[in-house]
Design a protein around this ligand. Structure first.
Ligand code: SAM
Length: 187
């Protein structure tokens, strides 16, 4: 039985958008779990573009994809997701996945930050095709604090509802600042 973690939940939602030949961005590759999921979903004719600021994350993801025989479907970029517009054309991708925070098993001080995260969300929304989806896993508390979560949620409130639908879910009966799944769908 599934534990129904935030990652499982967002993956289940994303399956409605994943298709053979699709183009997706993994904005925070980390250890490559989301990247592998996306590479499987876009099939042999699709493409995934992955970003991370840490060499260890890029290496871990490349290793995971190699083991799965999927490395040819993915372009891995050692750069911040706030620069994604330098690599990805406007209205060219079917979906973008953000899993904010720090690398599990890595240095907790190297984490996503409110200003670059919001810049990346804005550029990501421009990169989505009409009908495309962005998913986000937003964490708070402990080493992460609350600044990034609060800033992202404040920003999302200001997004034009005529251009984007934004859906936020809640792990309602879970204590201690549960992670927040958010989806943005471009109209
Ligand atoms: N999706 C990953 C997985 O499946 O294993 C987990 C991602 S982890 C929670 C967050 C990652 O974001 C870390 O690897 C961290 O290095 C990366 N990161 C931090 N700042 C970033 C930035 N500005 N651009 C891209 N990645 C960043």
């Amino acid at each position: 039985m599934k534990r129904y973690t935030i990652v499982e939940y967002t993956h289940d939602f994303l399956k409605c958008w994943l298709k053979e030949g699709g183009v997706f961005v993994d904005a925070t590759v980390g250890n490559g779990h989301d990247t592998e999921f996306l590479c499987k979903g876009v099939g042999s004719t699709g493409k995934v573009i992955g970003f991370d600021v840490q060499e260890i994350a890029i290496a871990n993801t490349r290793e995971r994809l190699s083991r799965a025989g999927l490395v040819g479907r993915c372009q891995l970029i050692l750069d911040g997701h706030q620069n994604l517009n330098q690599y990805v054309e406007k209205e060219s991708v079917d979906g973008i996945v953000f899993n904010f925070g720090y690398l599990p098993g890595g240095d907790h001080s190297i984490s996503t930050k409110k200003s670059t995260s919001i810049e990346a969300i804005q550029k990501g929304m421009e990169a989505l095709k009409p009908g495309g989806i962005m998913s986000m896993c937003i964490y708070s508390g402990q080493d992460t604090g609350f600044e990034e979560k609060n800033s992202i949620l404040d920003y999302l409130k200001t997004v034009d509802q005529r251009k984007y639908v934004i859906i936020m879910s809640e792990f309602y009966n879970r204590p201690n600042n549960p992670p927040i799944p958010v989806f943005i769908i471009k109209q």
